[in-house]
Design a protein around this ligand. Structure first.
Ligand SMILES: Nc1nc2c([nH]c(=O)n2[C@@H]2O[C@H](COP(=O)(O)OP(=O)(O)OP(=O)(O)O)[C@@H](O)[C@H]2O)c(=O)[nH]1
Length: 141
């Protein structure tokens, strides 16, 4: 299930996110298009885990839908996770690393895509849940 209930009633939303890494050790960030919640912020490709999906299956689906990139569940390595309370839900977001994928990322949903070195990520405003993830990518890459 993509959602579970906390005791105080704030739902836990399970979102899978992916740090796609290129041959130069840069990570793909995607800028949320205008009109959406958190518009203008840079985030990792990914999305809500739908009923019946594993987080890895979610990412294989979302990477194809959002940026036209193909990968396999075996090419997704867990790195860390975010646990962050927004006003209306609590986000639980596993972050995977993917270095093996096919195709060049294309903005299929009106977003802007950018390959960014982890040390430069602080220059790209990200959702509050994402900030604690950056040091893990700096260490890894
Ligand atoms: N994909 C992604 N989502 C993130 C990140 N950080 C973060 O707080 N989120 C939040 O996790 C949720 C992901 O939902 P989503 O991308 O599937 O859905 P969405 O808000 O675009 O809505 P929709 O697709 O239902 O229209 C959003 O509330 C988003 O703000 C991140 O790095 N990547």
């Amino acid at each position: 299930m993509s959602e579970a209930m906390k005791e105080d009633g704030k739902r836990i939303l399970l979102v899978a996110a992916c740090a796609l890494v290129d041959a130069d050790g840069r990570v793909l960030l995607s800028q949320r298009p205008p009109g959406k919640q958190l518009a203008g912020l840079w985030e990792f490709p990914g999305g809500k885990v739908e009923p019946g999906e594993t987080p890895e299956e979610t990412l294989v689906r979302e990477l194809l839908e959002e940026i036209g990139v193909e990968t396999k569940t075996a090419c997704l390595a867990p790195l860390t996770f975010a646990s962050h309370s927004y006003d209306d839900f609590h986000l639980l977001m596993p972050l995977y690393v993917c270095r093996r994928f096919w195709g060049t990322p294309q903005p299929r949903e009106g977003q802007v895509l950018k390959w960014v070195r982890p040390l430069k990520m602080r220059d790209y405003p990200m959702p509050p849940a994402d900030a604690p993830l950056i040091p893990f990518l700096i260490d890894l890459l």
